[in-house]
Each structure stands twice: as structure tokens, then as C-alpha cells.
Design a protein around this ligand. Structure first.
Ligand code: NOJ
Length: 530
């Protein structure tokens, strides 16, 4: 795709982890009215699309990804009327709203599952994945849960069969081969589309269909005990089954009837598998999540290689996306350190495609150690050290005791530096990270070359990564020093003449660049070439 024909191509998607964004009623948990209060903050930051984590009724075994009703709001987060107010208030501010759609599983307390497990012959039995035990009485296959790598089948003595769950036993997988289940899920999409949502982030997309022949997954030859237990077998029969694409087509058809709405498909996949989800034009998801930047070595050669590899793999109708943080991964600052987090911001907002960022990264929030008695994420209990609570702590708005997030007791502990690292402290600070985010986003908005321009690698030299973005005569040079030592970009036979428009230190702006460009350690520079 070489033109900007769709709103989501220019989107900067801000993931709002609702529990932790802003608490309006003092119960220590973020909620929809709290989010409404902060929409102007998001506008000022410059993002244009919100993705809100699940707010549906849930026993919270997996913090809301275990749903008992996909078309309601859990009282913890507000009401349906609050949701309608949110949509109206967001749209009034030209903000689009994506919500989480969780079709792979429900809570085990969902009425569908309660019926399904009641008897073998009840009408909802086939809504979930039930199987007889293997001949030795054990689970039907060697399939493992994502959390903890435990057997992904749980025996239900009442009916003498096992049910399948990709994640926790409290999250039974729906049988998405069943047309009745498919129809029920498509109705859920329609319900929210009618209420005005601009699209969905589809949870666990690659897991939606499992092998009908129940073949065992093969052992992973590269597995060693340091790796996550889930990876001991290769999930070839439990992920990326061809029929998932048929489901996506059905979903897309529903969306297509509502004008231009977006499907962002969540997946942890290789580049090759990821791009297969673009499907045929008009029938796949518009954006299969590209999380690669979170996993590559933070090193010039490997990042440059990634950018090229991904571009080369995209189908001609595929629009790129880059996502650097989510509620499931360690935070940027904790992965890269504060200095390189600024470089990663510059990289992110100068790459071609749609951009996804995670709340709090714009102020440099880091992972917060969670005392054992306050752990809430089930993954931490199953895989100590892998818990996701540290990256989900409350947004730091100001230096007050509840960090401006709550007047009550926050559901997870606040960072110990919340009194200094917060929005209020950075709002008017000309060199703060928040200011850098705002300036980068504003520059991107004003510069089509940064969104859709061609990408041309310039140099990868030691820690220095540089490239040019070019569109309709507009050319920008981006030079990033991924190391802490000073480095110089020599023009050589190329022209790098121009003026600095932005640096990660928010200084040097307007400086002229001639035959070479000197970068300090941990510095990134954007030059408008003349
Ligand atoms: C992916 C979600 O991002 C994660 O938070 C959740 O635990 C699993 N899917 C299960 O829904």
C-alpha cells in the first residue's frame, strides 16, 4: 500500500489498560468514567486511537480475559451508559475507540459453559471442546497451556470427559468450528459496532481453531529448561490452523457492513505467519500485530534487519504496524533503560505503518516489583518471574499519594518513584520524555513521509542505525545511536545536508548538517534533508 486511504493507516494506537488508567470512584481500580476524564490528556499527547482492555463482567481469574458476558460492562468498570458516554466523548475529540474481543474462550462461569458441562447431551455441549480421556485415562493429547505449560485439558468428573483450555482451566476454549458459536460471536461484534466502536483487537487470534484430528504437538528440539514450559512442544496443531482465516473472513464481513472499522489481530508469531493474516484484500485482519521490536536484540544490525525483513514479507495490500509495549510484556524502560527508551520512541514514530504504544511508556514508567502477597496475575503463580503485574501498575498522573490515579488504595502497588515520574512533573518540562513523545507524534502528523514514505536504509555502523524516509519530494534522515558512546555518521557519497528538526534530547533543533552528523551516546536525531 502506498497511499493513505484508510484512517487506521495513520493511527497511533494508545493501549489503555483500563484497570490502571484512572479511577473515578475511589475503589482503587481504573474505570470508564475515569478514562473519559483523561481523553483530553490523550488528545494533547497526540494519539488518535484508543484500545481499551476488557471491561466485561468477569470473575477476574485472568484479570478480565475470562468473560461471563461479552455484551455487558462489569460494575467494577462502570455501566453500559458510561461506555456510550465514552464513545461519544471520544468521537467528539476525533479519537477512535477499539475494544477487546475475546472469542477464543469464556470464563468457566459463563452460562454457556455452565450449560455445556451439565450433561453430555445438552444443546450447548458442543459449544466447547470436550473429549473422552486417552486410553490410559489421561488427557486426550499432549497439548499444553500457554500459562505454565500444564496439560491443557481438565477432567470434568460429572460427565467423564476432558475440556480444552489454551490458558487457565477457568478459561475453557469455545468450539469455534461450531456454526452456532460462530454466529453468537459475530453477534457480539454487531452489538458493539451498533454502539459505535471503531474496531476490535482480537485476543489470541492464532489459537482460535485446534486440530480436529487431535494430533499431538511435536517436541521442540531447541527446548531447554530455561525456556517457558509452554515452548517444550511446538504448537503446530493448536495454533495457526487454516480455518482461523475463514473465521477472520466472517468477522471482516460483519465489519465491512459498518463502513470502515478495524480488526487488529493479536498474535505472537513469526513474521511469515503474521503476514499470512492479512489474507486476501478485504477479507483478512487489516493489522496482524507486529510485536517483533519487543523481542529482537536491541542492536543496530538486528533492528535494521528486522525492518527490512518485515517490509519484504508484507503482501502488496498489507499495511505495516509496529507495537512496542503491551500489558503482557515487560515495560520499555525496563527492557532498554531510560536512555534507550528515548531512542526507541524516535524509532517507533519514524517507522512506516500504524503505531501502537502502551499507557505510561510516554512518561517512562518501569516495571514495578510486586510483593508476593500482592501478586494477582495467574501467570506469576504458574511461572514465577514471568508475571505481568509489574507492567500493569497504575498510571502516574501526579505526586499525590494515589499518584492522581485513585483516592483509594490502588489495586496494584504504585512505582516507588511515582512522586517524581509522573504526568504533572513532565507536562511543562521542555526536555521530559512526555515532551519528546508529544513532539515526535506532532512531527509524524505533520510529515506524511514519516507515515507512508519509502524506507531506505543508510548505514548500520556499530551502534549507529540510520535511514531515510521519503515521500513526494520530502526527505527525512533518522540517525539513532543505540549505544552509549558518541558516534558519527559520515556522508560519504550520500547527501545528508539539512537541518535538525528533532533530537531525543530535545536540543540542537535547527542545527545545520553538512558532510557528517555527530551523535552523542544514546542520542537520536531527525534531519530534514534539503
Ligand atoms: C492475550 C492477552 O493479551 C492476555 O493478557 C491474556 O491473558 C490472554 N490472551 C488470554 O486471554
Amino acid at each position: 500500500m502506498t497511499d493513505l486511504n484508510h484512517w487506521w493507516q495513520q493511527a497511533i494506537i494508545y493501549q489503555c489498560y483500563l484497570r490502571s488508567f484512572n479511577d473515578s470512584n475511589g475503589d482503587g481500580v481504573g474505570d470508564l468514567p475515569g478514562l473519559i476524564e483523561k481523553l483530553d490528556y490523550l488528545r494533547r499527547l497526540g494519539v488518535d486511537t484508543l484500545w481499551i482492555s476488557p471491561f466485561y463482567p468477569s470473575p477476574m481469574a485472568d484479570l478480565g480475559f475470562d468473560i461471563t458476558d461479552h455484551t455487558a460492562v462489569d460494575p467494577l468498570f462502570g455501566t453500559l451508559a458510561d461506555f456510550d458516554r465514552l464513545i461519544a466523548a471520544a468521537h467528539q475529540r476525533q479519537l477512535k475507540v477499539l475494544i477487546d474481543f475475546v472469542p477464543n474462550h469464556t470464563s468457566k462461569e459463563h452460562s454457556w459453559f455452565v450449560e455445556s458441562r451439565a450433561t453430555r447431551d445438552n444443546p450447548r455441549r458442543n459449544w466447547y471442546i470436550w473429549h473422552d480421556p486417552a486410553s490410559d485415562g489421561g488427557p486426550p493429547t499432549n497439548w499444553r497451556t500457554v500459562f505454565g505449560g500444564c496439560p491443557a485439558w481438565t477432567f470434568d468428573p460429572q460427565t467423564g470427559q476432558y475440556y480444552y483450555h489454551t490458558y487457565l482451566p477457568q478459561q475453557p476454549d469455545l468450539n469455534l468450528r461450531n456454526p452456532e458459536v460462530q454466529a453468537a460471536l459475530l453477534d457480539i461484534l454487531r452489538f458493539w459496532l451498533e454502539r459505535g466502536v471503531d474496531g476490535f483487537r482480537i485476543d489470541a487470534l492464532r489459537q482460535l481453531i485446534k486440530d480436529v484430528q487431535l494430533r499431538n504437538n511435536p517436541p521442540n528440539p531447541d527446548y531447554d529448561k530455561q525456556m517457558r514450559p509452554y515452548t517444550a512442544v511446538l504448537p503446530v496443531h493448536t495454533t495457526n490452523q487454516p480455518e482461523v482465516h475463514t473465521l477472520v473472513t466472517q468477522m471482516r464481513q460483519v465489519l465491512n457492513a459498518y463502513g470502515e472499522r478495524l480488526l487488529l489481530g493479536e498474535m505472537y508469531n513469526s513474521i511469515e505467519q503474521t503476514v499470512s493474516y492479512y489474507g486476501e484484500p478485504g477479507s483478512g485482519v487489516q493489522l496482524p500485530t507486529n510485536f517483533q521490536l519487543m523481542f529482537r536484540d536491541w542492536e543496530a544490525q538486528s533492528i535494521a534487519g528486522l525492518i527490512e525483513e518485515y517490509a519484504a514479507a508484507l503482501p502488496s495490500h498489507g499495511w505495516p504496524n509496529w507495537i512496542v509495549g503491551t500489558h503482557d510484556q515487560p515495560r520499555l524502560v525496563s527492557r532498554l533503560g531510560a536512555a534507550q527508551a528515548r531512542i526507541s520512541a524516535m524509532l517507533l514514530f519514524t517507522l512506516r505503518g500504524t503505531i501502537g504504544m502502551y499507557y505510561g511508556d510516554e512518561i517512562g514508567m518501569h516495571d514495578v516489583p510486586i510483593p508476593p502477597d500482592q501478586v494477582l496475575d495467574p501467570q506469576e503463580r504458574l511461572e514465577p518471574g514471568m508475571g505481568r503485574d509489574p507492567a500493569r501498575t497504575p498510571m502516574q498522573w501526579d505526586s499525590s499519594p494515589g499518584a492522581g490515579f485513585t483516592r483509594g488504595k490502588p489495586w496494584l502497588p504504585l512505582a516507588e518513584d511515582a512522586d517524581t515520574v509522573n504526568v504533572a512533573a513532565q507536562r511543562d518540562d521542555p526536555t521530559a520524555l512526555l515532551t519528546l513523545y508529544r513532539r515526535l507524534i506532532a512531527l509524524r502528523r505533520a510529515t506524511p513521509a514519516l507515515v507512508l514514505g519509502d524506507y531506505r536504509a543508510l548505514t548500520v555502523d556499530g551502534n549507529l542505525l540510520s535511514f531515510v524516509r521519503e515521500h513526494a519530494g520530502q526527505r527525512l534522515l533518522v540517525a539513532l545511536n543505540l549505544g552509549s558512546q558518541a558516534a558519527t555518521l559520515e556522508a560519504g557519497s550520500r547527501t545528508i545536508q539539512g537541518n535538525i528538526v528533532l533530537t531525543t534530547g530535545l536540543d540542537r533543533i535547527g542545527e545545520r548538517v553538512g558532510a557528517s552528523l555527530a551523535l552523542r551516546g544514546d542520542e537520536g536525531v531527525i534531519v530534514t534533508l534539503v
